[in-house]
Design a protein around this ligand. Structure first.
Ligand code: G3P
Ligand code: MG
Length: 244
């Protein structure tokens, strides 16, 4: 069974999402990889945060795109989650990659450019990945198929996944248009028919975000290529149970 376990925004059930604390915890738990979300700051620096706005996961307000990275670095990205994590900071993609390079984790960088089409985000992210020589353990994904196509033009060797929360009407067309070479799909949109089609197109399939034991077990049974989970420790426990 090949299913890779990706910690979704790090071990985000137990530590504030997309912070170093959440990533380090995921690694300690034994996850195979980590998933993170990237937006661009006012000074065009790729920064790890899920929302386009700051209020949910920091003590800031307004849009990420309206602040420089230096300004964002002063925010508290941990207190909203718990007092224990007070003082956690937002990370630049570069800070994250420096850490990834010191581990053997695989990573999925999700470009959050479906609402704001950040100019040149693909090139900026690509430059950092190559600087740290992480091409072979990186998967790029986006809900924006045009962005995937742009990334594929820049790099042929980095795996790129189309993200979707619905069952694609025509998977082959989506893949042809985006030039993606993997599919990341919401668990509730996954069907056996779609898996068969993905198999025919030789596409790796990974699913998000699964935390419940029954869903974890079904994903292992379906031999999916990967799962994104907020509870990597639990996913590992059930994987071991499934294998024995
Ligand atoms: O990449 C899988 C998953 O992270 C996509 O949805 O909203 O959690 O970023 P979201
Ligand atoms: Mg994501």
């Amino acid at each position: 069974m090949k299913t890779f376990i990706f910690a979704h925004r790090g071990a985000s059930r137990l530590a504030p999402e997309n912070t170093m604390a959440a990533f380090i915890l995921a690694q300690k738990m034994g996850a195979d990889g980590v998933e993170t979300d990237v937006q661009l700051t006012k000074d065009h620096i790729p920064v790890l945060i899920h929302d386009e706005t700051l209020h949910r996961t920091t003590d800031g307000t307004g849009y990420v795109k309206d602040y420089t990275f230096e300004e964002l670095k002063r925010l508290d990205a941990g207190s909203w989650f718990s007092e224990k994590y007070k003082g956690e900071q937002l990370l630049s993609l570069e800070e994250f990659l420096q850490w990834i390079a010191s581990t053997n984790l695989v990573m999925n960088i999700e470009l959050k450019n479906n609402l704001i089409d950040y100019k040149d985000i693909e090139q900026k992210v690509f430059n950092l990945i190559t600087h740290y020589k992480l091409e072979h353990r990186t998967i790029i994904s986006s809900f924006n198929p045009k962005s995937i196509r742009r990334f594929r033009r820049i790099s042929k060797e980095i795996e790129c996944a189309c993200l979707t929360s619905r069952r694609p009407k025509d998977l082959q067309q989506l893949i042809q248009d985006s030039k993606a070479n993997a599919l990341h799909i919401k668990y509730t949109a996954l069907t056996k028919g779609l898996l068969k089609e993905a198999d025919r197109l030789q596409l790796p399939v990974r699913t998000y975000t699964i935390n419940r034991p029954s869903r974890l077990m079904r994903s292992y049974k379906l031999n999916l290529d990967g799962i994104f989970t907020d509870v990597p420790h639990s996913a590992i426990e059930y994987k071991e149970l499934y294998l024995h």
